[in-house]
Design a protein around this ligand. Structure first.
Ligand code: VTB
Length: 335
């Protein structure tokens, strides 16, 4: 079953219902981005994140769906809002799973650095991997018609890059590989550089990095390394729509993390998930720019209005839209 079919079942006029869900979803990420706007560059990650969480939750609770947060701000006992399992929405409408990262790249926002985003993905009930907030080892490769077994976390980086170059009909030295600049990636960075591929280091924001691989103008072909598991599922939902392969494996380092993974119903911690296991069916991916970036322009505030820029991707209808909205100050976004 796909989201459009659920909507069709609820109302034969399903295109209108789908459009409504898409615009409601856009309003949710726009609200989070607008709430972050006054906090960009103020150096306070926590405050910016909290503003995004509050605004996203308020906007969700005005939306006519029965949503369940499957990826959120943390487990029920540690996050007061948008915790995993929280029910959101104003009740009627389709039952959906929701994954959120209200402010992806909190430090980017606090430093007014590029590519921070407000992100949301919606899937049919039970179709998005319920990933706890642990690390995930990931590889993302954008491009259409890539073989399902193109990349594997069991291969060496050299082997994976050789396969990607073969599929893209180029040499390994033509590839750009984005990696989070972390001490844990020193060996990976050395190995990738030894192949001749370019390494593009980033400080944060691996959802955006994964999406860059789908756009040839970025010069990034592959994203590799260990980042947040929630960001992994969100990135996989974007790649599922715009074309690409994604593999991820959870990393639980302590007993406490292992028990959090188990609580999500995951029995095999060593399992390597492919894109269709992370996101099993139809999905909608939405991201609004907070700070200016390669994918999206950041939110701007003028005297009378905000200007927002949002990417909306829907799997079943294979649509990728880039929406710029002008939202009047004091319309319904400010008290
Ligand atoms: C990534 C990145 C995020 O965390 O998941 C990263 O996408 C991983 O965590 O933007 P560490 O900072 O612990 O390495 C962020 O950088 C921040 O959530």
């Amino acid at each position: 079953m796909i989201l459009s079919n659920i909507l069709y079942a609820l109302n034969p006029d399903h295109n209108k219902k789908l459009e409504k869900l898409i615009y409601d979803a856009v309003f949710i990420t726009e609200s989070a981005a607008m709430a972050c706007m006054p906090l960009i560059g103020l150096g306070n990650e926590k405050l910016a994140d909290q503003a995004a969480v509050n605004a996203m939750r308020d906007a969700m609770n005005k939306t006519p769906f029965s949503g369940k947060i499957v990826i959120g701000e943390g487990e029920r006992d540690e996050a007061p809002m948008l915790f995993i399992g929280e029910e959101v929405g104003c009740g009627d409408g389709p039952s959906v799973d929701i994954a959120v990262d209200p402010l992806e790249g909190t430090t980017l926002c606090a430093h007014a650095a590029p590519n921070s985003l407000a992100v949301l993905a919606i899937g049919e009930e039970g179709t998005l991997l319920n990933a706890p907030d642990v690390y995930m080892d990931k590889i993302a490769v954008g491009g259409c018609n890539l073989p399902n077994d193109l990349i594997s976390l069991d291969n060496t980086p050299e082997q994976n890059l050789k396969e990607v170059a073969k599929a893209k009909k180029c040499s390994v030295s033509d590839l750009g590989v984005m990696i989070l600049n972390r001490p844990r990636h020193q060996e990976l960075i050395t190995k990738v550089r030894s192949t001749g591929a370019r390494v593009h280091l980033i400080s944060d924001g691996d959802i955006a990095a994964s999406i860059f691989t789908t756009d040839p103008s970025t010069n990034i072909d592959v994203y590799m390394g260990i980042g947040g598991a929630p960001e992994g599922v969100l990135a996989a939902s974007a790649l599922k729509v715009c074309g690409g392969q994604f593999v991820g494996r959870l990393i639980a380092m302590s007993d406490e993390e292992k028990s959090r993974v188990a609580k999500m119903g995951i029995t095999d911690i060593n399992k390597q998930y492919n894109i269709n296991e992370l996101v099993k069916s139809d999905c909608l991916f939405v991201a609004t720019g907070v700070t200016d970036g390669i994918l999206l322009k950041g939110v701007k505030k003028y005297n009378t209005h905000y200007l927002t820029n949002t990417l909306v991707m829907h799997y079943a209808t294979k649509t990728v839209r880039n929406i710029t909205n002008k939202i009047l100050v004091n319309s319904n976004n400010e008290s």
